[in-house]
Design a protein around this ligand. Structure first.
Ligand code: AMP
Length: 302
């Protein structure tokens, strides 16, 4: 039975244009908050914060509600929905941002519904760090706060990102971004430097090479699940972060053992995300299949 604990999730809500090896897909529903909330909802209540424009289909918000995501914190306003245009390499391992259109996110100042303010778990998904700080400031007494970010904000908003780092318990970041943020190449050293900026826990995502957890107990590793079908990695990082926070909220613990457990679930849920274009696969996945995949991941090594 899914926990009644809740995770407040902020991040982009998007209509992406994706240039994948299998073809071009326009106006695909995406965004950090969308993927993360869907992933949270496999484990705990997701309280989604974001903004959409008049072009965003109402049916998508109904689908999210159907999956147990509270969308009362998603504002609809006049203008166009956030758009990311991304082009993937033939092997899907790297991608290039062709365009980022903030649109309705440019002036978005959220006011969280009362239930959202009481959440004990918070995921500051990828979006402008000032917006992450704004949302965190409205949550009354969170027990555990995690954040994600990306190269764009490390490049252009480092001071604002620094203020986020000071306030969070956990940073979830990919290896390239970790190196960029720390200014060193060695991952272990980079993790130490970034933990020194605030977060007690650092989780480094390494795509098909798995994920590393750094905390006071040292370092732990979970391998990625080798997939036969890889269609679209968009949102894998956000689903990973959502599943991690969802599982911690379900356990209502965030000690080293709980973090290791949640890291496995995060890896399992992210692997499903890659099997479909946009949110397609995540919208259909069940908790039972996530548990089965986790068992397969645990059986991989030794
Ligand atoms: P991921 O593949 O997990 O890194 O997340 C992909 C999602 O991030 C896409 O659906 C995009 O809409 C969203 N995204 C891309 N760039 C940004 C940005 N600068 N701010 C917020 N969200 C973004």
């Amino acid at each position: 039975m899914k926990s009644t604990n809740a995770v407040t999730v902020v991040g982009s809500v998007a209509l992406d244009d994706l240039k994948l090896p299998t073809g071009n897909f326009d106006n695909v529903v995406g965004g950090a908050a969308t993927f993360a909330s869907l992933a949270v909802s496999l484990f705990a209540r997701a309280l989604m914060v974001g903004v959409v424009g008049t072009d965003f289909p109402e049916s998508v918000l109904s689908d999210l509600k159907q999956r147990g995501v509270d969308t009362s914190g998603v504002l609809r306003t006049s203008g166009k929905t956030f758009k990311w245009v991304g082009k993937y390499a033939a092997n899907l391992a790297s991608r290039e941002t062709l365009d980022t259109q903030l649109n309705v996110f440019a002036d978005f100042r959220p006011t969280l519904p009362a239930t959202y303010r009481q959440a004990q778990y918070v995921l500051l998904g990828n979006i402008h760090p000032a917006l992450q700080t704004d949302v965190l400031g409205q949550v009354e007494k969170p027990k555990f706060v995690a954040a994600d970010t990306m190269n764009l904000w490390i490049d252009i908003e480092r001071a604002a990102l620094g203020r986020v780092l000071e306030k969070i318990d956990c940073l979830i970041i990919n290896d390239e971004e970790l190196r960029q943020l720390a200014g060193v190449h060695n991952i272990r050293l980079a993790a130490r430097i970034v933990r020194g900026l605030g977060p007690r826990v650092l989780i480094c995502k390494r795509g098909e090479y798995g994920a590393l957890l750094f905390d006071d107990q040292g370092v732990a590793f979970v391998p990625a699940f080798p997939l036969e079908t890889e269609l679209d990695p968009t949102g894998a990082g956000d689903s990973f972060a959502g599943a991690l926070l969802g599982r911690l909220a379900e356990l209502d613990r965030f000690d080293h053992t709980a973090l290791r457990d949640a890291l496995g679930y995060a890896t399992a849920v992210a692997s499903f995300c890659v099997e479909g274009v946009g949110t397609q696969r995540l919208l259909a996945v069940t908790r039972e299949s996530v548990d089965e995949r986790l068992a397969a991941i645990r059986a991989l090594a030794g």
